[in-house]
Design a binder for this molecule. Structure first.
Ligand code: PMP
Length: 285
């Protein structure tokens, strides 16, 4: 009778721990930011869990140490309405709980050159259900889009928002390169404030001197872009080479996508001293 199972009243995170064989350690990437976002979701869904972001980080380090993986892992925290009560839709009446699991995890998208389609499903709009948090129930929206895309032979779906502008992939943010500039939809276009999205924006600015323009993007702009790529904890940074059966640019991953991807892969395994503060290094017991 767990409430969250019936009504989707939970928030979760997806955090990656990246195995570095030379270090003999797992590097958990930007863990603190993931827990800050989880706690934002807890606030909106009135989930009372007795942990601060620091507590959650400490619990995670301990679990990763104890589980002893020597491979890439996915860390899945879930805060949820645990009350065994049906036919009650008042968040204030419902007790909350927290679970944490870690599982071995490899490639998520199954391709490093994505063929995408525009989904017939629209991304949820903030006044319907807040898209900026990772609420469990929202993922019915993502899952319908992903299912439609993959059953139609594509790798991933690009969802438009309620206004018909580009929002994001089913589990990734989206970027477009045009004439050497980078663009991504603003949070007001109903995208999740992705931690990989933020990472890419910081790398583009600090390492390539490119400011990312956060603005509304039309579907047709993606068709005419020089490069398009998706970003997410599970998806990393993955180039889109085709959208709705039209090649993006010359149909190959572009130079800016490849350069940011190269830096990103180095950073997430803890090999870049400048960005090591983004990694929590954990040695399995
Ligand atoms: N959008 C959605 C809908 C997602 O589920 C995710 C994955 N968490 C992202 C974007 C990317 O966010 P992040 O980079 O923080 O993983």
């Amino acid at each position: 009778m767990t409430h969250a199972l019936h009504y989707g009243t939970g928030v979760f995170e997806g955090i990656r721990g990246n195995w570095n064989a030379e270090q003999g350690a797992i590097n958990i990437f930007r863990m603190r930011e993931h827990y800050d976002r989880l706690l934002d979701g807890c606030k909106i869904l009135m989930l009372d869990i007795p942990y601060t972001a620091d507590d959650l980080c400490n619990i995670t380090v301990e679990l990763v140490e104890r589980n002893g993986h020597n491979t890439d892992i996915y860390i899945r925290p879930l805060a949820y309405k645990s009350e065994e009560l049906v036919a009650n839709l008042k968040l204030q009446d419902l007790a909350s709980d927290f679970t944490l699991i870690t599982v071995p995890f490899g490639n998520y998208l199954g391709s490093d050159r994505l063929r995408c389609c525009t989904s017939s499903w629209r991304r949820v709009d903030d006044p319907m259900i807040p898209a900026r948090i990772k609420a469990c129930g929202i993922y019915v929206n993502s899952i319908l889009a992903k299912t439609e895309a993959t059953l139609s032979g594509f790798d991933e779906a690009i969802l438009l928002n309620h206004d018909g502008h580009v929002s994001e992939g089913s589990g990734e943010n989206i970027f477009m390169v045009k004439n050497g500039r980078l663009y991504t939809p603003a949070l007001e276009d109903n995208v999740l404030g992705g931690i990989t999205r933020d990472t890419v924006m910081q790398l583009a600015k600090n390492e390539l001197g490119i400011d990312v323009d956060m603005r509304t993007i039309d579907r047709s702009e993606l068709y005419l872009a020089d490069e398009v790529f998706l970003t997410g904890t599970a998806a990393h940074l993955t180039p889109v080479v085709e959208l709705d059966c039209r090649p993006i640019g010359d149909g190959q991953p572009g130079p800016i996508s490849k350069e940011i991807q190269r830096m990103y892969f180095d950073i997430v395994v803890g090999n870049n001293a400048k960005y090591r503060h983004w990694c929590t290094r954990v040695t399995p017991r």
